[in-house]
Design a protein around this ligand. Structure first.
Ligand code: NOJ
Length: 746
């Protein structure tokens, strides 16, 4: 694995970073902020609080910048333009305060890495850090210094299109991956011209949107908010994420952009965050259709008083804040706090000393190193879900393959959602890669069958079946087009779109083995297709280098090691389905499925337990699941003690052995259950994991230490408590299997 930083340099720099982030009275940066603030008129202060979308060098924009009415511009993408606008801000505005240019650089700028959900499937924070670092180096070269990422909304609903941008269903995994992305974007030093300010978004609870419908309302009881949705954000504060973004949703009736409890009580007072909070696009103004504000003026008032520092494309502050301050509805102190947060961001980025971007002839896009890292990320993100008769990796007896399916050669779709700047012409598709690598060794028959994922063309299916008949193995690349996931791309039916399922059934009739590779923005309901296919690889849209990565996995140059960052349902009616559920008073047992029920069965003849008659109680694949080309054996679970005091740590260890004949990586996972508590606890919670690479025959002891903090939970008084009693723990290969132990906290 390629690493950008030598670890110890990282720690030294972290020390400096932490020191520079200490916001006390003696901090020289704070003194500069206060001095500048003291020179600013109210109009200039409010000017800093506006973020507008770029309009190039339009007279309008130039005029606003010169007048000091804009603090930040988003979506301006060329160093000449950003430099000229910056020059106007520095030279022509009264106080010469620099602009900060922003963009959604989510999983790559030009070199596209797997979508964040795919990166999370690697369970390797270095993958996420590398992806963010490459993105930062590329995006900063055109003048961008602030990205709206990482998106760390815990997402438990695969209907929600934005699950693609998330790290999946688990607060701990999301925290680890989110922190790694922040490190990658912000680099060793935020003042470095190749660093981007990160933005932890969307604060908060957006992943709980009802019915998985984007922008929808959320109802989140406080213990759940703190337990599930807030931990990644608290981790982001601790990792010095330079900015936060509000979410679009309302929580329990209060939109985030007007929510003082979230933005002041929790973010500022509890977490002591001194970074900057930006609204989402128009989210201040959108408090009107929410039914929370009567008009734009009230929206500006509520947002300012809820400590939203910057208005992204809402014009609410620009139009109304001055009169609100003059009338006393918003205090000037509130405005000052917001402006300080904005100026602090600009100082932290070093923009006062170094506002311009070097205009390079050759931009640092698609470097061999970046492409290699993108390929490794795509390999590590690929999850092997099924491998009957070890058909994968393909062996030397295979003389011909049929490359079929709408995603086999779909350069724009494989880069996924949220890559405005990715260029499909740089994508290497599975077909490209297989032809380039194996074209002179085996026969490759290419026939997409369906031109795109929603296609239903029957003639295409016939052509694909004819092609398949000439091959030893069928490689069926199925999935979703990029446009079917991401913002405002929710689906109520999350099966394979179009006639893909039918195409698979027809291919299967050929009697040839079928390897199905799913390339999608979310977990899809593929129960029937999984039964039909001989092997299944799941690759969330894996980016520019998806093709070479998948070719390596299919032909065995690489061993899959991805694990599901989200539970895969059998059918959409099971949603929400996640591993960390509660047990209920009647946990599932005696499961009679709908077809098992005799006709005329009495109402009382079936067990009264918690499951769906037509789906049972299990997912198609559990969270944390993923196979390998080798086998791992778990033995010798040992606990440092069977009883600990409330203030003691406990160490849990076991031996993991590679019993196969391929060197491979395994994600060893630690889960815990607090069996009885004053608030019902989940049946399992991921507490730690370790991705280890083992040689054939190699055994290694894997050890995890749990602190009292990790064993505690949020009670109804919003306090973390550790209660005495029995705990179960598991070390295993996924959330449904593992060696189980128990201990008592006394
Ligand atoms: C709306 C999205 O919700 C947010 O994630 C994004 O950063 C902004 N638009 C800016 O594009």
């Amino acid at each position: 694995m390629i690493s950008f930083y030598k670890k110890f340099i990282g720690y030294i720099c972290l020390g400096f970073l932490l020191a520079s982030f200490t916001n006390d009275g003696n901090d020289p940066t704070e003194a500069k902020i206060n001095e500048l603030l003291s020179k600013m008129t109210l109009e200039e202060k409010i000017g800093q609080m506006n973020q507008l979308t770029g309009t190039g060098l339009s007279d309008d924009m130039k005029g606003l910048v010169a007048a000091g009415k804009v603090g930040s511009i988003l979506n301006e993408l060329d160093a000449k333009t950003t430099n000229e606008l910056q020059r106007i801000a520095i030279e022509n505005s009264r106080l010469g305060i620099p602009l900060v240019f922003a963009r959604d650089v989510v999983h790559g700028f030009k070199t596209i890495f797997p979508i964040p959900l795919g990166q999370a499937a690697s369970w390797n924070p270095q993958v996420a850090e590398n992806g963010a670092r490459v993105a930062a180096m590329e995006a900063s070269s055109v003048g961008i210094r602030w990205t709206f990422a990482p998106m760390i909304d815990v997402s438990r609903d695969p209907r929600w299109g934005r699950i693609a941008e998330s790290c999946g269903e688990d607060p701990y995994l999301t925290s680890v991956m989110g922190v790694a992305m922040i490190k990658g974007f912000q680099g060793e030093d935020l003042t470095d011209p190749s660093s981007l300010a990160a933005c932890a978004k969307h604060f908060a609870g957006y992943g709980a949107s009802e019915a998985g419908k984007d922008y929808n309302t959320t109802w989140i009881p406080e213990p759940q908010l703190r337990e599930v949705f807030l931990p990644p954000f608290e981790a982001a504060v601790k990792a010095n994420a330079a900015t936060f973004m509000c979410s679009f949703n309302d929580i329990n009736g209060v939109p985030s952009s007007g929510n003082p409890y979230l933005n002041k009580t929790i973010l500022r007072d509890e977490w002591k965050y001194d970074g900057m909070l930006v609204s989402d696009w128009g989210s201040i103004e959108q408090m009107i259709p929410h039914g929370f504000c009567a008009d734009l003026k009230e929206a500006a008032e509520k947002a300012a008083n809820a400590a939203v520092d910057m208005d992204m494309m809402g014009y609410a502050y620009m139009v109304h804040l001055e009169e609100l301050v003059k009338s006393g509805a918003v205090s000037e102190k509130t405005v000052d706090e917001a402006v300080k947060n904005i100026l602090r961001l600009k100082f932290r980025l070093g923009l006062f000393d170094n506002p311009y971007t070097e205009e390079k002839e050759i931009l640092p896009f698609y470097t061999p190193e970046a492409l290699q890292m993108a390929k490794e990320a795509a390999i590590e993100s690929t999850i092997l879900l099924k491998n009957d008769k070890n058909i994968l990796p393909l062996n030397d007896n295979i003389k011909s393959v049929a490359v079929i399916g709408p995603l086999s050669d779909a350069p724009a779709d494989q880069i996924g959602t949220w890559c405005f700047d990715g260029e499909p012409e740089h994508s290497v598709t599975p077909l490209n890669a297989i032809q380039a690598e194996y074209g002179n060794k085996i026969k490759i028959i290419a026939e997409k069958g369906l031109a795109y994922s929603r296609d239903k063309d029957q003639q295409g299916i016939s052509r694909a079946v004819a092609a398949a008949q000439q091959a030893d193995v069928i490689l069926f690349f199925a999935g979703e087009e990029a446009v079917l996931s991401g913002e405002a791309r929710s689906r109520a039916d999350i099966s394979l779109p179009g006639a893909q399922s039918q195409l698979l059934s027809e291919l299967k009739k050929s009697g040839k083995p079928v390897v199905m590779v799913v390339m999608a923005g979310r977990p899809l309901t593929i129960q029937k297709e999984t039964e039909e296919a001989d092997a299944v690889l799941y690759s969330f849209h894996a980016g520019t280098m998806a093709g070479p990565a998948l070719a390596d996995v299919i032909f065995g140059k690489a061993v899959p090691s991805g694990k599901l960052p989200v539970t895969m349902p059998r059918m959409v009616g099971q949603v929400p389905i996640y591993y960390a559920h509660k047990n209920t008073g009647r946990p599932a047992s005696n499961i009679d499925l709908i077809d098992d029920i005799p006709v005329g069965a009495e109402q009382t003849s079936i067990g009264f337990t918690s499951y769906h008659l037509d789906a049972g109680d299990s997912p198609l694949f559990p969270f944390g699941y993923g196979l390998s080309y080798t086998n791992f054996e778990y033995t010798d679970l040992k606990l440092s003690s069977n009883e600990i005091d409330k203030n003691q740590n406990i160490t849990i260890r076991c031996t993991v052995k590679n019993t196969g004949n391929r060197e491979a990586a395994e994600v060893v996972q630690l889960y815990v259950r607090n069996v009885v508590a004053s608030l019902v606890r989940p049946v399992k919670e991921l507490k730690d994991f370790n991705k280890v690479t083992l040689k054939p025959g190699e055994a290694r002891e894997i050890s995890f230490t749990l602190t009292p903090e990790q064993l505690s939970f949020w009670d109804l008084n919003n306090k973390r408590v550790l209660e005495t009693g029995l705990f179960h723990c598991w070390i295993g290969t996924n959330s449904a299997e593992g060696l189980q132990g128990s201990f008592t906290v006394r």
